[in-house]
Write a new protein. Sequence first.
Length: 419
Amino acid sequence: MPSRIPAPTVPATAAPDAPAAAPPPGFAARATDVGGSPIREILALTARPGVISFAGGLPAPELFDAQGLRAAYDAAFAESAARALQYSTTEGAPELREAVAARVTARGLQTGPDDLVVTTGSQQALALITATLVEPGDAVLVENPTYLAALQCFGLAGARVIPVPCDDEGILPDALEEITARERPKVLYTVPTFQNPTGRTLPGERRAEVARIAARRGLWLVEDDPYGELRFEGAEVPWLAAHPGAQDRTALLGSFSKVMAPGLRLGWLRAPRALRRAAVVAKQAADLHTSTVDQLAAAHYLRTADLDAHIAVVRAAYRERRDALLAGLGATLPAGSSWTRPEGGMFVWARLPQGYDAADLLRTAISRDVAFVPGAPFYTGTPDPRTLRLSFTTHTPQEIAEGLTRLAGTVEAYSPTSP
């Protein structure tokens, strides 16, 4: 279960004869009701050398273009150290917004620099949209399972988080229509391309229907797309934001974390004008603006380096790693298991047979120096304890094969309960 934040305590520093100090007021309920990330806790457990971890959704560090990024930072200082180290506008550096707008337009969604806000990672974009749209008690719809940090974000806002039934391709439009009519939600949050945690991609015809439902029922759409450029095979699927009915109600979130480096903490928000302006006010209250030097370095990198060529290298490596994981799962997981075959992204989602509990299995796995993420924390409502998420990005095919050998031994030693 997610960890809980303990109540504040006051150290006993007063003199023996002094009056007892009154404790400070307690934390806000939202700060204690929402648990920490179990994924972060698992990563801490598996940080020791020798552990092969399929747990973290981390880009492969050996694929970072460290030399190119260092040159970009050098150039940002050489061009104007005073500007690089100074405060900046909340919306973001104009040259970075221009570069992002060009990339978004090239991917099929006409976008100008003024349509965008640069954010401190796409996670901040989600937090800004939540702060702008969601009041305590508002209904927010999510895929089930969904991105864990989104559940935390909506929980902190006091939202009623309601799962939308999904199948192996994602949201079921008929179910979305029924829930939207009944619950009158304000927001639908979705990761339609290479979803975290399942790796699935919502087909184009379903996206079009989701857009029609949103327009008909009066619903904001939050489309999170951190993985869309990591496609290994298959045809590109247009963004939800590009469909008729969705243009005036979709907040599209993007990130450089998966294609450049997560340590830059650079993301972006594309949204209709009124929503974007409200998000800018929320960002001013949060951090004034995203790091100036990081923005200028990224803008220089996009002007002088071939990011698409770099992404092609990353895709090739990740495809090989995905294939190594998929090739070994049949001999690793118990008979009756099933798993997804993602066309891109970073994750495979597996379901074990009846009687298995992935959280229990993890305890044994860690003792054998292999790890994964149990699926339960990704669910809203009743979780499926048999599910687990496997990330394939941070290990070579040879390391993946060794990790699967260790996991197979873990499965063999596990005693499932009777159905």
